[in-house]
Design a protein around this ligand. Structure first.
Ligand SMILES: Nc1ncnc2c1ncn2[C@@H]1O[C@H](COP(=O)(O)OP(=O)(O)OP(=O)(O)O)[C@@H](O)[C@H]1O
Length: 491
């Protein structure tokens, strides 16, 4: 059942209503519009509010949930935003029909309600005045939630510090579009690594730009005039791995009709990028370790060793430390490759980047196809971008923008165009209770799927605030959540 909830700040006119003739905007609204419960935020001292709440409870029969908010000033937009956003995120996690009463509170509080209610938390607005009584407020314009990252950056002073002390970013990194401080710091760190000869390990979900970073590192290094060879280790069948990596001699196996160099030979003098490195079989890891230690290897079917000079960049979406602990990844190999380590965050964790990236990617599309050069995103299309999960990260964003630009009839990409262009993944786990048991199932796996799904959703909803996410999941504390995240390999 959907619960109708009214949210409001407690204002001076409400507090005064306990003694005066006017009932105040909150009670007026509750008397005029039916709600199932009311959420009241306040920054007044507890004693002043207590009397009001006692009085209000005598007037209405629905549950009243007060929340004290510490504001250094009632007109501080940043603090008001953070408090209101956190509160709405929490209550909209339940299935509710949200209404916001605009009248009580300072103009800054009203402005923040409108920003949040027109973007992240669609709702009905009410206002109450002596002249007109209680009425639903129509706010006849669309807003794009681009301001949200700016407010969230208030919390990222540490990241700012980090990014401000780093080196200038080389032109090779210009293709990596970002204005997120954490990503900018990563670009600078990658540039430092580019100038050294150390192996680099890049962590990141699919489509986060691991190969883009690897190429930029190569291009900014002294090896830039030599080859950059990229290989997806996860896509090589096990019986071909040795041949793909180290090459083979004619006649080494059925089908080996000629000598063929492996990627190590092809990358000689340059950089070899081994993507999905964590998928490599244990036996291959042993041979790779030897190449890294000694720079030598033997092609399949050959009798003589070969020597190459290759810089290795590896990438994976797996937590390799965990694979080491479980015994599926060799510890000695891990310490060989994990010298310069870069963790690329998914785009949902790059505050300030989504719309910036979307605009830049759209401009790029326009450069490649002049019929798309005037396409622009409408504010409501931008809100859909901000609210989508983007599990495929930049790659998914790129292809969705292309589809929306191709399908939209005008130069204005609307919410409808965006909806049509986004691939709706089937609800993960929707069949989780009805898997076919006749062939046997892996119950541990299914429990893991379910748990990971809820943990990810709670993290997303809480803006990656672990304490809040733990609360949403009914876990004891943030440490318990961290343990579960580690267990289910959630970064
Ligand atoms: N910050 C960025 N700015 C511009 N383009 C980006 C950015 N990040 C990724 N891209 C683009 O997104 C696409 C996917 O990036 P890339 O192939 O580097 O991701 P990946 O992490 O290696 O993916 P996978 O693990 O699936 O191979 C590429 O077209 C890349 O150019």
């Amino acid at each position: 059942m959907v619960t109708k909830v009214l949210v409001s700040w407690i204002g001076a006119n409400d507090i005064r209503s306990t003694t005066g003739e006017q009932v105040g905007p909150i009670l007026s609204t509750l008397r005029n519009v039916p709600f199932d419960s009311v959420e009241l935020l306040y920054s007044y001292p507890q004693e002043e509010v207590k009397a009001y709440l006692d009085w209000l409870r005598d007037q209405v029969s629905i549950p009243i949930h007060p929340s004290k908010v510490s504001l250094s000033s009632p007109v501080d937009f940043g603090q008001i935003y953070l408090a209101a956003n956190e509160h709405l995120a929490r209550i909209t996690a339940q299935n509710i029909d949200l209404s916001v009463l605009l009248s009580p509170g300072t103009p800054a509080m009203q402005a923040v309600w409108i920003l949040l209610g027109k973007t992240r938390y669609p709702c009905r607005f009410y206002q109450s005045s002596l002249e007109k009584g209680v009425e639903q407020a129509t706010i006849p314009f669309d807003l794009s939630a681009e301001y949200i990252p700016a407010a969230q950056r208030l919390k990222s002073s540490k990241i700012h510090q980090l990014s401000s002390v780093t080196a200038p970013v080389d032109a090779a990194f210009d293709h990596i579009v970002t204005r997120n401080p954490r990503m900018q710091a990563l670009k600078s760190q990658a540039q430092i690594l580019a100038e050294r000869e150390v192996p680099v390990l890049i962590y990141g979900e699919t489509g986060t730009g691991k190969e883009l970073f690897a190429r930029a590192i190569h291009n900014a290094s002294e090896r830039s005039s030599k080859p950059f060879i990229a290989v997806n280790c996860g896509a090589i069948p096990l019986d071909l791995v040795d041949s793909v990596l180290f090459g083979h001699k004619k006649g080494a196996f059925t089908g080996a009709i000629a000598n063929k160099p492996g990627v190590f030979q092809e990358a000689d003098g340059g950089t070899l990028f081994l993507d999905e490195f964590g998928e490599l079989d244990h036996s291959v890891q042993v041979r790779l370790l030897r190449v890294l230690q000694e720079g030598r290897f033997t092609p399949v079917g050959a009798h003589k060793e070969e020597i190459v000079d290759v810089r290795l960049i590896t990438a994976t979406h797996r937590n390799l430390m965990k694979s080491v602990a479980e015994g599926s990844f060799r510890e000695d190999l891990f310490y060989r490759i994990a010298i310069g380590v870069l963790h690329l965050p998914p785009i949902r964790a790059r505050e300030g980047d989504l719309l910036y990236l979307a605009d830049r990617l759209l401009t790029e599309l326009g450069k490649q196809d002049s019929t798309l050069s005037n396409k622009k995103l409408s504010p409501d299309a931008k809100n859909i971008i901000l609210n989508h999960a983007w599990r495929g990260n930049v790659r998914e964003l790129q292809s969705t923008l292309l589809r929306s630009a191709l399908w939209c009839g005008t130069d204005n990409i609307t919410a409808e165009d965006m909806h049509q262009a986004i691939f709706q993944m089937p609800e993960q786990g929707s069949d989780i209770l009805s898997r076919d048991l006749s062939q046997g199932i892996d119950i541990q796996n299914i429990i893991g799927e379910l748990t990971s799904n809820y943990i990810r959703r709670a993290l997303e909803l809480s803006g990656h605030n672990k304490t809040r996410a733990a609360e949403l999941l009914g876990l004891k504390n943030y440490q318990t959540l961290s343990n579960w995240m580690e267990k289910y390999d959630i970064s």
